[in-house]
Ligand binder design. Sequence first.
Ligand code: BTX
Length: 329
Amino acid sequence: MKEQLLKIFQDHQGEYISGEKISQELGCSRTAVWKHIEELRKNGYQLDSAPRKGYRMVMRANGIHTHEIKQYLTTKFLGRELTYFDATESTQQIAHKLAQDGAEEGHVVVANEQTKGKGRLGRVWHSRSNTSISMSMILRPPLPPQKTPQLTLLAAVAVVQAIKKNTGLQCEIKWPNDILLKGKKLVGILTEMQADPDLVHSVIIGIGLNVNQTSEDFGEDIAHLATSLHLEKDGASGEPVDRARLIADILLEFEELYEEYLENGFQSIRPLWESYSISVGTYIYARMIKDVIYGYAKGITDDGVLLVEDESGKTHHIYSADIEIDPSK
Ligand code: BTX
């Protein structure tokens, strides 16, 4: 019902619509209309009401409801099936369940807030309501399991390009899954899969993006390392970034890269990834669960594996690690 009401206001932008007309279009009572209007106000929409004229939407709340995303969506299959939550524990969790239940490739789960967002290795990802993007894409690529980490790199390129298009801001990728803006963490990407040893059933790519947070919105644990698009754009003085448009653009960028990748392999994506990367060509610490390797990051292989040459000249293949760039070199 809320979605339909929002659609009515969107179709009559800036105009007053009478309660009578709304109740007819929604097929509900005037009292029910009033209740839905109050709910929209609670969700941050600014609505004027005037005697004998009705209601008018003054300001949209930068919402990411299904129809708000779909108005910008130009993809062929990605996000055509969208499941939206005002709040959920983790979009990743929901996407896994949908994939198990047979959801098709391209189904996307989006939430306005996550109460138990997941990072890698059991870490927490904070996704505040109304200001962030939390979404998980379900893919069913015809790939062997060992190739799926490449999709994280594809997602990173897609996000960097969509951010550039929407805000003009140029982000950097820190292998494998961090996107940084002015040295601070802006985006986290989590790629998980459901697979047998040699067959991928589904890949779930989760993207968490800080969009309109202010510094006070970040908790003490991440305030020193996190940033948002709003904080870095126009000295935080500008309009909030439109989350729905940004989601639609990330989906489009990803779909285009994914199609290219399935046709021509990772070699066609690699130059793009390298052009945004800050880890390649620097000295790094690669922290793995049991080991730390220090050395020069020479590049990535066509499979997306990071190559690090240690001080004895030996090249290590790094499949998964947290990377710290050595500031002294
Ligand atoms: P990660 O393990 O690389 O990063 C997690 C670390 O990042 C945390 O330990 C914390 O230090 C920091 N952090 C937590 N929240 C934020 C934030 N909002 N901004 C900046 N830094 C933060 C990264 O894991 C992968 C994150 C994927 C999140 C998406 S959201 C949609 C989907 N659903 C879900 O539950 N996870 C994914």
